[in-house]
Ligand binder design. Structure first.
Ligand code: SF4
Ligand code: SF4
Length: 391
């Protein structure tokens, strides 16, 4: 990771924090910071992705603006985080996509959806597109299975490869070794951290989602989005299994597993993305970076629109609108999988990698470690202190 203005500023602020140490019980970032005497660019990249942007240290900081030290750690770490997405992107030629990411992701999605809609309109008979199809295999009458499945498989595999390569780039740059990835205990601990979003719980009291007050709303909205996405993915996987191995073709009955999973996941996605978007609008802008806003909004809008188009397709699948809605939904899903390695979606990959690095550091450290944040009211008194060896 090369030096940038944001990295230099984050290093300055990290050095102030390392001298102050008031926030050492707030999150995993400060203990990780205290394990270092100096900060390389890669250290700063790691700390930036370990930060879950709770903003607690900003509201606690006696050196925040207008103090001359001008410490605003959440904001500067968010800026570095944004730069790491470009620095670790694969292939490197696409790193520039993270500049003006919101515009580029939205444009790419719009172009892909248009190409699918125009392609279906051009290649398919209008009687088929606007006909009423309710029999098993009705969707494939509009878009053949070989085209829908083949295109999705190619795009999905490419995106997974790009995300894995991004992880490898981060891991190498922050000093990780391949052998560490076979260590089961830290891997299991990291999986638990990710699946429970433990750090967004702030040790029970939550984060400063909107302002100085604490709440767990952001954590629950993240849960709704993450698990909504995973349940939708399970719905698609079940439909693929039915089609490939049982020869049961879509559309499926309302009570079938793919439809039930799709509805539950879709509701979760709509609630999660709408709530996170609302939080972005109403939260205090001081400890946030405006550079990330476009990327955040573009991803949330894309996920929300996919869910909404899925429900429209479900509700109108027995009408002449089915063909157009199917093309729209398939286009949106395809667009999503094309853009994910170059969208805000990558934050999940790098945060998981940073959490794994943190777990490995905790295990290898001989110093007593705070592994749970302290409550703000009695910081330092109720923080649970565990020795690294005990974990
Ligand atoms: S954020 Fe402020 S109060 Fe917290 S450790 Fe850094 S300098 Fe100290
Ligand atoms: S914003 Fe929250 S997670 Fe990030 S460094 Fe500050 S206290 Fe830690």
């Amino acid at each position: 990771m090369h030096s940038t203005d944001a990295i230099i500023e984050a290093r300055r602020q990290a050095e102030v924090c390392n001298a102050c140490r008031y926030c050492e019980g707030y999150c995993a970032v400060f203990p990780a910071l205290e394990r270092r005497r100096a900060f390389t660019n890669s250290d700063i990249a790691y700390l930036a992705n370990l930060c879950h942007n709770c903003k607690g240290c900003y509201y606690a900081c006696q050196y925040a603006p207008p103090h001359a030290f001008a410490v605003n750690f959440p904001k500067v770490l968010a800026e570095v985080r944004h730069e790491t997405y470009a620095a670790y992107a694969w292939p490197r030629a696409f790193a520039g996509v993270f500049e003006r990411n919101g515009v580029i992701v939205s444009l790419a999605a719009a172009i892909i959806v248009t190409v699918v809609l125009v392609g279906v309109g051009w290649l398919q008979d209008p009687d088929v597109i606007f006909g009423i199809h309710t029999q098993p295999g009705a969707f494939y009458a509009v878009i053949p299975w070989s085209v829908m499945g083949g295109l999705s498989a190619v795009v999905f595999l490419y995106s997974m490869l790009a995300l894995v390569m991004g992880f490898v780039n981060f891991w190498r740059d922050t000093g990780g070794r391949a052998s560490e990835l076979a260590d089961i205990t830290p891997l299991a601990q990291t999986a638990s951290d990710v699946l429970s979003l433990r750090h967004l719980g702030g040790g029970g009291h939550g984060c400063n989602d909107r302002d100085e007050s604490f709440s767990t709303l952001r954590r629950w909205l993240h849960h709704a989005t993450f698990y909504g996405f995973m349940i939708c993915f399970a719905s698609t996987g079940t439909a693929w299994f039915y089609d490939t191995f049982l020869n049961w073709m879509a559309p499926y009955p309302i009570t079938s597993l793919p439809v039930v999973l799709g509805c539950v996941g879709g509701i979760g996605l709509i609630i999660g993305t709408a709530g996170l978007f609302w939080l972005k609008l109403v939260s205090d802008q001081e400890p946030t970076s405006r550079r990330l806003l476009g990327a955040d909004v573009a991803l949330l809008m894309l996920l929300g629109t996919i869910s909404f188009s899925g429900f429209l397709l479900l509700g109108l699948r027995a009408t002449p609108a089915m063909g157009t809605l199917l093309a729209l939904h398939v286009g949106l899903v395809l667009a999503f999988f094309v853009v994910i390695p170059y969208s805000k979606f990558v934050h999940g990959v790098y945060r998981a990698a940073a959490l794994l690095r943190n777990r490995l550091e905790l295990r290898n450290s001989t110093a007593p470690q705070r592994v749970l944040p302290a409550k703000p009211a009695d910081k330092g008194e109720t923080a649970e202190i565990f020795s690294a060896s005990a974990k």
